[in-house]
Write a protein that binds this ligand. Structure first.
Ligand code: B12
Length: 452
């Protein structure tokens, strides 16, 4: 049996081959599926972000992982294969959030995690009896997880090793697809298995990215893992909630285990906005100022993420927020507009308030990256869009990059300082590169092939 795994891109401008460089990392969902696939199945993998998919190459089954932003492109790719008689299976976040929609463009849809279901799906495909919907009803154990990274050989990824230590987060932020899909639960891999995986790829990567939604979701387990990590001597970055920054033992272990920086979702400087998104825990124990001072004392670099468009935001919010990120000399930062992902409490609230501007923004031909898919309060959609773009331009201006590069934490070691310039330059280029990036390939012609 021949299986073709595809990682779809968000889209592509007509006639263009370029894709957003800062997003070109090794996709773990594909490696995870390859690792769960029996050895008698021949696996091929194509990354739509960086190579042309050979639709005419013979294959028995195509499998794709789809996110809301990549759904439209995935349906285009599926139409190509399905018109050639090849069955397509889709899974991933968007499939879990809207299985009915996805089922229109695929022979089979898998919701939730693949670990327990994937062998059955393959067996059903082999015997020509694919079911329309496979639902993972409980959280599988992550013990024994072995992503197969051989599928990435020869491709042009950023030189960062992506590894999972756990999945999910216990917080209930109203905008977050993760809390919806994993029902506010978190599962973790046994530390010795993560260490073995890291050791096997340690020589190929200079920096690791633990892709956990919130590596500190269970602080006690995180500490146990960081202790086990110390002897390995790797450099790593990850995503954390701010509450962990108030725990001295945690911060100490973070540094000793090789952590170079953490992504923290600050989201907003406005407590009213934080309350609306169910993220008031951000203001606990001295809030941002105290947390940032603690992180600075331990020389942890910050990737701050901010969101604009909650009802408390005004025209002044953009400058205030960028100045805050600059004042704290954040290594990098993201300034995104609020995005209603289907299935989230936020999406339901905006739908109830009749504030969504499209039936399904991710499929609408009028929609492109950075357009605001809902009606904000306190400013127009255009002002919100301009404000986000302006914030990114200001934070990634050469002046701001240079000033932040002089910060003692950002230049605390040569490796991260050299990378500071590289990463900031990439993000600077992507500010314009992302703007109005199309969803779906603009040069793809023809109607999407639906199942019924
Ligand atoms: C790492 C990461 C990134 C990396 C990209 C990594 C890469 N390889 O290129 C970076 C930082 C670049 C990134 C960028 C973005 N990301 Co991101 N990212 C993640 C993160 C944290 C981890 C992804 C991962 O590798 N997980 C490990 C894999 C193994 O787990 P998994 O994806 O859950 O897969 C399991 C199941 O879902 C299922 N499954 C998945 N696919 C398939 C397919 C089949 C056929 C089957 C059977 C099963 C199956 O089985 C897997 C194993 O159990 C996720 C959150 C998360 N928990 O997944 C967000 C997440 C995927 N990102 C998200 C978003 C919004 C984005 C951006 C749009 C952000 C932005 N505005 O800039 C961009 C878009 C990039 C793009 N698509 O081109 C959202 C997507 C939400 C949604 N509704 O689609 C997520 C869920 C975060 C969130 N909190 O909402 N991201």
């Amino acid at each position: 049996m021949k299986l073709t795994l595809i990682h779809p891109c968000i889209g592509r401008r007509r006639g263009d081959r370029d894709y957003i460089r800062t997003w070109q990392m090794e996709p773990l969902p594909a490696a995870t599926l390859a690792g769960l696939t029996p050895h008698d199945v021949t696996v091929r993998f194509y990354d739509d972000r960086m190579e042309t998919i050979p639709f005419d190459e013979p294959t028995d089954l195509v499998a794709m992982s789809i996110e809301t932003y990549t759904a439209k492109r995935a349906y285009q790719i599926a139409s190509e294969y399905r018109s050639r008689g090849v069955p397509v299976v889709m899974g991933g976040f968007h499939a879990s959030l809207c299985p009915e929609e996805v089922a229109r463009y695929a022979e089979a849809v898998v919701t939730g995690e693949a670990e327990e279901l994937w062998p059955r799906v393959l067996d059903d495909a082999r015997h020509d009896r694919l079911e329309r919907l496979y639902r993972s009803t409980s959280r599988p154990s992550l013990a024994g997880l072995r992503p197969d990274r051989s599928i990435f050989r020869g491709k042009r990824y950023l030189p960062i090793g992506l590894v999972e230590a756990g999945r999910g987060c216990h917080f209930k932020c109203d905008f977050c697809a993760v809390q919806t899909v994993f029902a506010q639960t978190q599962t973790r891999r046994p530390p010795d298995e993560i260490i073995a995986e890291l050791a096997s790829i340690k020589n190929e990567k200079k920096l690791f990215f633990f892709v956990d939604d919130n590596i500190t979701s269970n602080l006690a387990q995180a500490k146990e893992f960081f202790r086990a990590l110390i002897p390995l001597g790797i450099r790593w970055v990850g995503q954390s909630s701010i509450n962990a920054a108030h725990d001295e033992e945690f911060l100490d272990l973070l540094v000793r285990s090789g952590c170079q920086g953490v992504l923290i979702g600050f989201e907003s400087l406005n407590p009213r906005n934080l309350a609306a998104m169910n993220k008031s825990f951000n203001t606990a124990r001295g809030g941002f100022t105290q947390a940032l001072a603690n992180l600075r004392r331990h020389r942890i670099r910050i990737y701050g993420t901010f969101v604009f468009g909650y009802d408390g935001d005004t025209a002044a919010s953009f400058d205030e927020t960028v100045e805050f990120a600059q004042e704290h000399a954040m290594y990098i930062a993201a300034f995104n507009h609020l995005t209603p992902f289907p299935g989230t409490p936020l999406y339901r609230r905006l739908a109830d308030e009749k504030r969504l501007s499209y039936d399904a923004w991710w499929l609408d031909d009028r929609y492109s990256y950075n357009l605001i898919p809902f009606q904000p309060h306190g400013m127009s959609a255009e002002d919100l869009q301009r404000g986000c773009l302006g914030a990114r331009r200001k934070f990634y201006s050469w002046n701001s990059i240079l000033r932040r590069s002089c910060d003692t934490v950002n230049r605390a070691n040569g490796f991260m300082w050299r990378n500071f310039f590289l990463i900031n330059a990439l993000h600077r280029a992507d500010v314009s590169g992302r703007n109005h990036f199309p969803l779906g390939d603009e040069s793809w012609a023809g109607p999407l092939l639906t199942a019924n």
